[in-house]
Design a protein around this ligand. Structure first.
Ligand code: AHR
Length: 321
């Protein structure tokens, strides 16, 4: 076990299955002695698949021995995985918390075992920030704000705009923050969220919730989906109802994975806010520095953009995921 030092508090912007919990899958490569336990959320979306691939490939490139677990969107599975990494005495633990709260006990166990923890993609809600060394991920509030600001611009001059919101997993940082950012942006305008429900970040969840929204409301102008997958599910429901997505009902999503970008280029989605899943290399770099006892920023924000339909057509040929 290598000795760790306390990370410095600073904020910077960088440019930028094991099916069941408890068993491991080494990514191979030529380990240099650094072992990482990585507790992934699940495989709920295209974004998550791209993120897992990025972490596994980066570990291999860096010679990090990766012990990977898929929590299948359940907090108790992630907690079990983290405990098992503590028992195995890995050098560093990284995880993307399914939900924001309820981590103190297990993270204290890691702290007492002197195993540094890195939060990746999603944050936790805790007053004790000594429980983790650094948090690498997007600014989800900013993402929600960008979605709301685009809609305000698009609907300028309209008295009222009825939005239905497909929320991510209840209690997850991106669901909470993307709602917050969006509502901040539309405050005081004629844009109103008339219904909001979780689709759990999945395509099937988005489809089901959208079917219910369409039955309950005949005045929907816009769908705001917290990720592409739920937006793609909503497209299926809208088409099944005999309406044209992107025209009869406008759609805004977050992520910009290939399927979402294709739907944007095809005119079925109107605007996408990017959320970058390619965190693997930055994660390995931070892990090596933390384990070597170097100071790292407490918060590392990933830089992201937005896409209109025309921008998606231009970007698609080079899109990596
Ligand atoms: O935490 C990132 C979010 O989780 C992505 O936007 C979503 O697609 C994923 O499931």
């Amino acid at each position: 076990m290598l000795r760790r030092w306390t990370a410095a508090v600073a904020a910077v912007t960088l440019l930028g299955t094991l099916a069941a919990c408890g068993s491991d899958d080494s990514a191979g490569g030529e380990p240099d002695g650094l072992t990482m336990g990585f507790a992934q959320v699940g495989a709920e979306s295209g974004w998550r698949t791209a993120n897992t691939k990025s972490v596994q490939e980066a570990a291999q490139r860096a010679g990090v021995e990766l012990k990977f677990s898929d929590a299948q969107q359940k907090q108790e599975n992630q907690i079990k995985a983290i405990r098992s990494y503590v028992q195995q005495r890995v050098d560093v633990i990284a995880f993307s918390p399914v939900v924001e709260t309820g981590w103190e006990t297990v993270l204290l166990e890691a702290q007492r075992a002197d195993i540094p923890v890195i939060l990746t993609d999603r944050a936790i809600d805790s007053e004790d920030d000594s429980l983790y060394e650094t948090f690498l991920g997007s600014d989800f509030v900013a993402e929600g704000r960008k979605a709301g600001e685009w809609l305000l611009q698009e609907t300028e001059g309209e008295d009222s705009v009825a939005v239905v919101e497909l929320e991510g997993t209840t209690g997850a940082a991106p669901a909470i923050d993307r709602h917050t950012g969006f509502t901040e942006a539309i405050a005081g305008s004629g844009v109103e969220i008339i219904a909001s429900q979780t689709g759990d970040f999945t395509r099937s969840g988005g489809k089901q919730v959208m079917e219910a929204f369409l039955k309950a409301h005949d005045d929907i102008d816009v769908v705001y989906a917290h990720n592409d997958d739920m937006g793609l599910g909503a497209i299926e429901a809208i088409e099944a109802a005999g309406l044209t997505p992107g025209e009869d009902i406008k759609i805004i999503t977050v992520d910009a994975v290939r399927d979402g970008m294709q739907a944007l280029a095809d005119g079925k989605i109107n605007f996408i806010v990017e959320c970058n899943p390619l965190l693997g290399d930055q994660l390995m770099d931070l892990a090596e520095r933390v384990v070597a006892g170097e100071e790292v920023p407490k918060r590392v924000v990933v830089e992201e953009t937005t896409f209109t339909q025309e921008e998606a057509r231009q970007a698609l040929p080079d899109r990596q995921y």
